[in-house]
Design a binder for this molecule. Structure first.
Ligand code: E4P
Length: 222
């Protein structure tokens, strides 16, 4: 499963990229406006993210009608070759998706909450579909069921749209998304680093180092 970082914070992105742990980045208007603050320039932030990460970087349109979405998306796509235009799962969003794809622009269709929406996004030739697991869990619906249903539908009919598990809140979401066959998951930085941690690793390493110290200094050959 590919791992994307769900953030517009450059410090977080640089750390994860330097560790070689991420395949791409997703942003949304909330994340970008938070990172830009009142003085920052969201476009400059996107340029910097694209220069830092060679993989796909999702940038979302904010228009709600198809013509304006296409106009915005084309501007976003000019920022860098690795931009993936994000469009919402609305009728206009799918019309725009089809038009972007006809021009060779990759599209991440976002805000997916049902298998029927995911089916229509695949028919619109979306590159990625983003089912929001955590937000479904928030309303007492099993988000992971949605990933499983989409996987079954896409495999049954040979759709090539990649399932990008989104709104991931904790490591167990990552494990279950991988087991359910998601092609990718997009994670907040906190969750990425949580994936790495295990108390037995820390405990085991401390014990190894303490035992090594027991050797007389001259015999510590490493
Ligand atoms: C996906 O692309 C979204 O940016 C994101 O995963 C939403 O997550 P949230 O529900 O934690 O805001």
């Amino acid at each position: 499963m590919k791992i994307f970082l769900d953030t517009a914070e450059l410090t977080e992105i640089r750390r994860a990229e330097e560790a070689g742990l991420i395949d791409g980045v997703t942003t949304n208007p909330t994340l970008l406006s938070r990172s830009a603050g009142v003085d920052g320039d969201p476009r400059a932030i996107l340029e910097e993210i694209c220069a830092t990460v060679p993989g796909p970087v999702s940038a979302e349109v904010v228009a709600t009608d198809a013509d304006s979405m296409v106009r915005e998306g084309k501007k976003l796509a000019k920022i860098a070759d690795n931009i993936v235009v994000k469009a919402p799962l609305t009728e206009d969003g799918l019309v725009a998706c089809r038009r972007f794809r006809a021009e060779g622009i990759k599209v991440n269709v976002t805000l997916c909450f049902s298998p029927t929406q995911a089916l229509l996004a695949a028919k619109a030739d979306a590159t990625y579909i983003s089912p929001f697991i955590g937000r479904l869990d928030d309303v007492s619906t099993d988000g992971m069921d949605l990933i499983r249903q989409i996987r079954l539908i896409y495999d049954s009919y040979g759709f090539e749209t990649q399932i990008l598990a989104a709104s991931i809140r904790h490591p167990q979401h990552v494990v279950e998304s991988a087991l359910a066959g998601a092609d990718a998951g997009t994670l907040p930085a906190k969750v990425l680093w949580q994936l790495l941690k295990h108390p037995l690793t820390d405990h085991g390493l401390a014990a190894f180092l303490a035992d090594w110290e027991k050797l007389p200094e001259g015999r510590r050959v490493i």
